[in-house]
Design a protein around this ligand. Structure first.
Ligand SMILES: NC(=O)c1ccc[n+]([C@@H]2O[C@H](COP(=O)([O-])OP(=O)(O)OC[C@H]3O[C@@H](n4cnc5c(N)ncnc54)[C@H](O)[C@@H]3O)[C@@H](O)[C@H]2O)c1
Length: 392
């Protein structure tokens, strides 16, 4: 017998919101999850109106407090099985903490919180209450990110020496925040975005991609954060030189004033035997250069184990549902893969079976905390003229 679909609750997502919509598609991707409820706006009346306008019937709530208090009392099967938090950064901590304490699994947008103190509290609460917690680092969900991770781990390109991970955008090149763009308004406000602007918003993605693919951590760093646009309080250009846990070095960069760049997240890993190269805007391929050999391009859907170059490939990687090569996968597919993996942990949690949010399938609360640690250390270093600062 097929399983009942998991019920998902939304916090945020009404009235012109952005990222809720890719998530919503991803939630419904497999037919095994569905949105059933939401506290969609900060204003109680608007929250109810937005729920009424949702394209299919959902239970609207006036606030996330009301939603959490009511939902947790419902029997399993009726209540929301997990919550998706898609509010601006300063409204992640409070609902996340309340859900954890109520035993409700949380899939939370990045950056995890606005302060390291809050991030630490969430890590402790997840440990104490043992509730599945995912952080929406979208790009880990690309099949090619998983292949890249496997390739680096297999030793094919040797010991990692240098990583260049950058995420470049151009949409904040001028005072976009004065043009009625709600997504820009809160992103340049330290109270709502956090201590770093570009760093928190997209530098955390660049860091996560580096950590996911290489398995390495940043140990200390030197940073230069700049606000190029006049009267902007937060950096719109974020450059961090890092030492890695294996002694290698890396550059983690983010910019939102790089005119012409859209969502240009790219990762280059130089190892002692070769280089791996991956670009988010062309997420169907991984490029491998081995010293003295022809370049190789691995397209999703055409990768085979033991092809004379790649060795064995993990069964779960090869078993991931994908469409045949040539039919492009993209952003929604990546999000869907994260929700699919999170669903498996939520089902195991509800069935009181073992589950393991070890960061191999989606970013966990600790990964989210490391993103905030990077921003915290980068701001400190930049304020000291680029001094070396240990990762907290
Ligand atoms: N993973 C990604 O690729 C990605 C991409 C974009 C944004 N994000 C993250 O997603 C989050 C939302 O970003 P966005 O661009 O969609 O923002 P947005 O401004 O478009 O939407 C925010 C939504 O939250 C609602 N909201 C605010 N306070 C609320 C409250 N107290 N209760 C209920 N709803 C409330 C707003 O009304 C709005 O519906 C941010 O943390 C952002 O960093 C992640």
């Amino acid at each position: 017998m097929s399983k009942r679909p998991l019920n998902v609750g939304l916090i945020g997502g009404g009235k012109g919101a952005f990222i809720v919509h890719p998530h919503e598609k991803a939630i419904h991707f497999d037919g095994t999850r569905r949105v059933v409820t939401g506290a969609l706006h900060q204003d109680p009346k608007t929250a109810m109106e937005e729920a009424e306008k949702w394209p299919y019937p959902i239970r609207g709530y006036r606030s996330y407090d009301e939603m959490i208090a009511t939902e947790k009392k419902k029997p399993l099967g009726e209540r929301m099985d997990y919550v998706l938090i898609v509010t601006p950064n300063h409204v992640h901590f409070d609902p996340a903490m309340k859900c954890i304490e109520a035993g409700i699994p949380v899939f939370c947008e990045k950056p995890l919180t606005v302060t390291l103190e809050e991030a630490d509290k969430l890590v402790a609460a997840v440990k104490k209450h043992k509730v599945p917690f995912g952080v929406a680092h979208t790009y880990l969900g690309h099949w090619t990110s998983r292949l890249s991770r496997h390739i680096v781990k297999s030793g094919l390109i040797g010991e990692v020496r240098w990583v260049d991970s950058c995420y470049l955008q151009g949409w904040l090149w001028s005072r976009t925040e004065d043009m009625g763009v709600m997504q820009a308004e809160w992103r340049v406000d330290p109270k709502r975005a956090g201590a770093s602007g570009a760093g928190g918003d997209i530098g955390t993605h660049a860091l996560m991609q580096l950590r996911y693919v290489t398995g390495l951590d940043v140990t200390r760093l030197q940073a230069h954060l700049i606000a190029f646009v006049e009267r902007r309080q937060l950096d719109d250009h974020f450059t961090v030189y890092c030492e890695l846990s294996n002694g290698g070095k890396a550059l983690v960069r983010a910019s939102q004033i790089a005119i012409g760049h859209k969502n240009d997240l790219r990762l280059e890993v130089n190892g002692s035997k070769g280089t791996l190269y991956w670009v988010q805007e062309e997420p169907e391929k991984v490029v491998i250069h081995l010293a003295g050999q022809p370049d190789r391009v691995y397209w999703r859907g055409e990768v085979k184990a033991n092809d004379g170059f790649l060795g064995d490939l993990p069964a779960e990687l090869m078993g991931e549902p994908t469409v045949p090569s040539g039919h492009p996968e993209g952003f929604h597919d990546a999000f869907a893969r994260l929700h699919r993996c999170f669903e498996a942990d939520v089902r195991a949690y509800e069935e009181k079976k073992p589950w393991n949010a070890d960061g191999s399938k989606y970013a966990n609360v600790w990964d989210g905390r490391i993103g905030i640690a990077l921003c915290t250390a980068a701001v400190e270093s930049s304020n000291q003229g680029g001094a070396w600062v240990d990762m907290p």
